[in-house]
Write a new protein. Structure first.
Length: 181
């Protein structure tokens, strides 16, 4: 029996007729595979949930992309910042139903598709939804569009805002003062 050194990117196998063939394997990149799977799953959910958003017109108009968003909180607000570069603010609608904030819009292509040498940006309709925490007031939402970023500020309820508690310190007599007395 011969001992051979195994190389992780090469695999020897028997092909047709019993002849040995060299087959190369691709390096497994688990993070890249996870990101691809997440994007496929996002597209699947976008297609499925867009039928609810568009009143059942699944094939007539469906969400094809999701703009990236950041969500963070300040002392007074929960802030949602959505990158909408190239989207006309007039083509964006935001609404609140219960504790859910819905965002819907369209990025329109400038020019004809055949005029492009390279087209990497995504165009068409998009739809996002965010579940708001119970600590915010859904009736108090402000929206601002600046430099391609839509910023939505949802005010916190007064009871949810942090409060500073003043700590009172009671002065204790020192041992040296007690010893002199």
């Amino acid at each position: 029996m011969a001992i051979t050194r195994w190389h992780p990117l090469q695999l020897r196998s028997r092909g047709r007729g019993g002849r040995r063939q060299r087959r190369t394997l691709q390096e497994w990149r688990p993070l890249a595979e996870l990101i691809r799977s997440q994007r496929r799953f996002d597209r699947l959910l976008d297609r499925a949930l867009s039928s609810l958003w568009d009143g059942g017109r699944f094939f007539a108009r469906r969400a094809t992309w999701s703009p990236p968003a950041d969500i963070y909180q300040t002392d007074n607000d929960v802030v949602i910042a959505v990158d909408l570069a190239g989207v006309d603010p007039q083509d964006v609608t935001a609404r609140v139903e219960g504790r859910t904030l819905f965002l819907k819009g369209t990025r329109k292509r400038e020019g004809k598709a055949k005029d492009y040498y390279l087209a990497e940006r995504t165009y068409g309709p998009f739809a996002l939804s965010f579940t708001l925490p119970s600590s915010v007031d859904p009736d108090n939402v402000q929206a601002e569009y600046r430099h391609g970023v839509l910023t939505l500020r949802v005010a916190k309820r007064e009871a949810a805002k942090p409060k500073t508690i003043r700590i009172q310190v009671e002065e204790q007599p020192t041992q040296t003062a007690a010893a002199h007395a």
